[in-house]
Design a binder for this molecule. Sequence first.
Ligand code: ADP
Ligand code: ZN
Length: 754
Amino acid sequence: MREYWGYEEFRPLQERAMLAGISGRDSLVVLPTGGGKSLCYQVPALCLEGMAVVISPLISLMKDQVDALRACGVSAAFINSSLSPDEKRDVAADIREQRLKLLYVAPERLSLQGLLDLLGNVQLSFFAIDEAHCVSMWGHDFRPHYRQLNILKQQFPEVAVHGYTATATEPVRDDVVRQLGLHDAEVLVGSFDRPNLTYRVERRDNLMGQIAGVIERHKDESGIIYCITRKEVDTICGALSGAGYSALPYHAGMQDEARKENQEAFIEDRCQIIVATVAFGMGIDKPDVRYVIHAGLPKSLENYQQESGRAGRDGLEAECCLFYSGSDFKTWEFIVNKSEGSPEFKAAQMSSLRMVMDYCDAVACRHRMLISHFGQELEADCGEACDICLGEFDEVDDPLVTAQKILSSVYRQDQRFGADYTAKVLKGSKDQRIVENGHDQLSTHGLLKEQSRQTILGWIGQLIQQGFLAKVGEYGTLQITETGWQLLKGEGIPRLLKASSTPSTESSRSASSKAKAHDPHSMEGVDHDLYEVLRKLRTEKATDLGLAPYMVFGDATLRDMARSRPTSEEGFLHVHGIGQKKCEDYAEEFTSLIMEHCREHEIETNVDLPPAEQLRRMALAAKSDRPKGPTASAMASFALFEAGKSLEEVAEEMGRATSTVSGYFAEYLKQRQITDPIRWVDASLIAKIEAAIAEVGPDRLRPIREHLGESVDYETIRIVATCWQNRHDSDEPPVSPSPLGGEGQPSSGAPKAG
Ligand code: ADP
Ligand code: ZN
C-alpha cells in the first residue's frame, strides 16, 4: 500500500479485509461509499502470485480503475465491449503471458467459454466481485448476469471469491454469501457513518441563494446538485451558468453522447458543478467531490446515504446539504403513484419518504439519525459535522408554550387538517377555505403571526418527528398523540429549533464561518498559493496524459505537498499518496515548481515534520532501497555548474527558468559541500553578505537582503548563504540527515576558483 499508493494508514476494516484476501479465505466486505473497498482487493492482488479477476458492472468505472492503477505502476487491464478486436487480442496475450496483476471484466463475459478457458490456463489469485449486492434480488440493484457468478466456485473451486458492497442489510448479505457459494466466509461490516461529511438541512425558501451559499464555500471545487425532475435540472443549471458558474446538466432525457461528455468534463475538472437527476453518479468514483446538494427531497434515506456519499470519498472534509419543502413530498407521491409497481411497493416507497421527512425535521445529530436508520449506533454525537451539533439553529425560548399553541390549534380544528393548513391558521391567514370553515374565529388563529409560515411548518415537522403529533391518512391529517396530550397538560419538554433569525443567505454565511474548520484550504501549514499552482500543474499533466486529474494526484496529496513542500525526490516520496511510480513520473516537475515558487515567495521548503513523524519517515527511508538525492534534472545541471557555466547559461541550455536553475545550484553547492563562494561572487560582496548573515542568520534570504538595503539579488545571497551553511555544517556534524540524503556523501571540498 505504501509502495504503490503512498498510503500510510488503513481505513477501518481495510487491514482485515486485505488479510482475508491474502490468506485466501472467502470474504464479504461491506463498507460505505468512500470506505476504500477497491484497495481491499487491489493490495492483496499485488501481494499474491498470479492474476486477480475483478468483476465490475460498470464499463466506465473499469476504465477509470485501470487507468488509476496504471498511474500507480500496477499492471492491470480490462475486457469489455468497448475494446476493439485488436485490443482484446492484446489483453488476451497479456493474460496468457501472465503479465497482469488485475483483470477487470463485466459479469456477462464470464458466461463466455472463451474467457473461462483462458482463465483456466493461468494462475489466478482470487476473484473479487465489486457491487456484490447485484447478486441479490433483495438488493436495490439486482442484475441477472450476477446470478451466474456461482459458476466461479464451480469452475474454480480452489480459487477464493471475495464480494464487496456498500449495501448493508442483513438479508442481502446472507443472500450474497449463498448465491456466490462462499465457504466459511469472513463477513466484515463497517460503520456506515461518514465522519468527514458535514450534513445540513434547510427548508427551501430562496433556493438559488441557498445553493449559491454552498457553492461559494467551495470555490473552484467539484460539487453535485441533485434535483427531482429534469425540468428542475435545466432551470437550476441555466441559472447557475447565467450567474457565471461552471455548471453542466445530466439527466435521462439527454442524448447519451451529451451526457457522457458532461460526465467526463466533470471527472476531468473541466466543469465544476453537475446538476443532475439521480440518474447521475453510478458510473463515477471521483474522489474529490467536495459537496453534494439535494435541491429536493431524496426518495429514501438509503438513496440519500448513497447520493450524499459521493462527496468526500477521499476522506477529506465535504458537505452534504439538503434543501426541501413539503411540496417535494407531493411531487414524489405523484411520481410513485404514476409508476408501475404493486400497491405494497408503493406503500413502502411512501413510508421511505416519510422517514426522509423525519430526518429533515430531526432536532438531533444528523449523523446519529442516519446511522440509526442502518441499524447502527454512534457512540457520541458528531460534535461538529452537522448543522444541529454545530449549533446553526437557535433553540426556541419557550418550546413548551409554542408547542402548546400548535397542538391546541390542531385540537380546535378537530384534528381534521394537515400541516400546511394548520400553519396558515396559526399565521392568521384569511384564505377562503379557512374563513369558510370558520377557523379565522379560532382563538389560535394568528397566534404565531410573527413567525414565517416556513418556521411554523418546521416546528410542526419537529413535533411529528418527536412523536407529539402524527400524520395520518392519505392527506396527512394531523392528530395529537398520547404524549401530545400530555404536552398540552404541561408535561414534558419538546425541543424546537429555528433557523438563525437572519435570512437564508446570511445564515449560509454564518454557517460558512463555522464551516471554516472543515475548509481544506484553511488546513494548517498548507500554502494556499502553492496549492493553487500545484493544482494547475496537476491539471496540465492530466490533460497531457489523458487522465482525470485525481488520477495524477488526489487533493489530499496536493495538500500534503503544499504543506511539506519537498524539493528532493526523497521528500517527494514521503508525501501522502505518492508511491514509487508516481514519484518517478512526477517528482522532477513538481519539486522544481515547489522550489521555484517557494524561492520567489520566500517560503520555507522541506518543512520540518513533528519529531515522531520524522523518525518514522527516516526509518522508512532507510528501509527503502531507492536511490536518494536530487532529481535527474538537478543532477544534469551539476555537471554544467562543474564546468563553470553561469546560472543563465545553464538555464538556457536546459530550457528552464533561471529561478529553477538557481534552486539546482543551491542543491549543487550543498551536495558538493562547497564552502567558499569566491568562484561565483566578488570577494568584497562576499564580505558584505557574510556580515549581514552574521547579524540576521543564514536561514532566510529576505532579512539578509533587507539588511543589505535590497542592493544585492537573491541568487547571489543564496550562494553565499549556502556556502556559509556548508562551512557551518562541516564544523558541527549534522544532527539529522539533510533532505538531500547527503549524509553519506564524502565532502569533496571546495573547488577553488580557476
Ligand atoms: P469505495 O469503493 O469504497 O467507495 P474507493 O476504493 O473508491 O472507495 O476509495 C475511495 C478513495 O479513497 C480512493 O481515492 C482511494 O485511493 C482512497 N483510499 C482508499 N484507502 C485509503 C487509505 N488507506 N488511505 C488513504 N486513501 C485511501
Ligand atoms: Zn451531529
